[in-house]
Design a protein around this ligand. Structure first.
Ligand code: SAH
Ligand code: SF4
Length: 347
């Protein structure tokens, strides 16, 4: 019965809500789902795995998302900022190591004004014409997104977190809304960015209906990348007593996403590797085709503590890359240097 559902999902890239519910709520057919997702991924992308170098450049954040260790009210969080020169040094090291995409991620830190962000983007763009510059710095006015784009940024990652406004309100303080998140994502798309969205699996209060709403929202947005990972408890947040999300459900959702969005870039995330020793390999085998090794300076890695026990905090960038390459091979894939689809818009 469910194998028919999997075939239907693969063929139509869609199912009814009830059909999706029966796939999401049962572990019975995980193996068939994983097999179908891997076949679709291999039809589209062969055995290629794309690498993106992640530079976590600030651990300051003005927001107070209830799930995140970097939230402004967490007085125990260790804060740091990287200078333009330090960020450029990470890019130089990353380029040497073969990365052709740099992802600049951070909390929403007012220290980095639009002028400073544009200055950093232009400096990277000048040196690395063959690289994609991805930003992941949260919710901004449309005009700011436009300025970053004109300075040379071409991709933006902003998870929608949860598409259900009531669920969103349980995870965020009153000054944040699912509506503004949505506005940001559609602005980014209209400006011309390749957009990545996504959600946490197993976040507090999440229901199967919430996950279905997430899939429906993604069908509407049609993002280039979909980043999902398990929610992981952080000891210094209001959710300290909540349970983390499970590997099984995260892998199941990855496979469903691969069948619904065959073209999408799907990262096998650090969070998945944190809750299971082979989480990232299992992610790749379940339909994911991107990994994001850390390029941040080793001295600051531990301070970017979004959730507890984050892996890869003690490693140098070269070791991180080598370790991931071995994992990719062991899972039956190969990494690629190629940076697909980059268009540079800098003036
Ligand atoms: N400030 C930016 C980027 C940094 S946070 C932003 O919020 O978009 C990047 C992602 O980390 C978030 O989108 C969220 O999905 C994820 N995250 C935050 N806290 C987490 C937790 N406790 N467990 C798992 N993922 C978490
Ligand atoms: Fe800040 Fe992003 Fe963490 Fe929210 S998820 S507190 S915006 S770093």
């Amino acid at each position: 019965m469910s194998d028919m559902l999997i075939e239907k999902l693969r063929k139509n890239r869609d199912l009814t809500d009830d059909e999706l519910r029966s796939l999401i709520d049962s572990c019975e057919h995980d193996e068939a789902l994983r097999k179908a997702a891997d076949e679709v991924r291999r039809e589209r992308y062969g055995d290629a795995v794309y690498l993106r170098g992640l530079i976590e450049f600030t651990s300051y954040c003005k927001n107070n998302c209830l799930y995140c260790g970097l939230r402004a009210s967490n007085a125990k969080a260790q804060r740091y900022r990287l200078s333009r020169e330090e960020i450029l040094a990470c890019c130089a090291e990353g380029y040497e190591l073969g990365f052709r995409t740099f992802v600049l991620q951070g909390g929403e830190d007012p220290y980095y004004t639009d002028d400073i962000i544009c200055d950093i983007i232009s400096a990277i763009r000048r040196e690395y014409l063959d690289c994609a510059i991805t930003l992941s710095i949260g919710e901004k006015p449309r005009g700011s997104y436009r300025r970053y784009f004109e300075a040379g940024a071409n991709r933006y990652l902003l998870r929608h977190e949860t598409a259900d406004p009531a669920h969103y309100a349980k995870l965020h303080p009153d000054n944040m809304s699912a509506d503004n998140r949505r506005r940001c994502l559609f602005d980014l798309k209209e400006i011309g960015y390749q957009v990545g969205s996504g959600f946490m699996v197993g976040s507090p209060y999440q229901t199967t209906d919430n996950l279905i709403a997430d899939l429906r929202f993604l069908q509407e947005l049609q993002p280039d990348m979909i980043g999902i990972g398990p929610y992981i408890t952080h000891r210094d947040t209001p959710f300290r007593d909540e349970k983390s999300g499970s590997v099984e459900l995260t892998l199941r959702m990855l496979s469903i996403l691969r069948l619904m969005f065959p073209y999408a870039l799907l990262p096998s995330t650090t969070a998945l590797g944190t809750i299971h020793p082979s989480g990232r390999e299992l992610g790749l085998k379940s339909g994911a085709n991107v990994v994001m090794p850390n390029l941040s300076p080793t001295a600051v890695r531990e301070k970017y503590s979004i959730y507890d026990n984050k892996i890869c905090t003690g490693e140098e960038s070269a070791r991180c890359r080598d370790c991931l390459e071995l994992r990719i091979k062991a899972a039956g894939y190969h990494r690629t240097r190629r940076c697909e689809k980059i268009t540079v818009h800098s003036k």
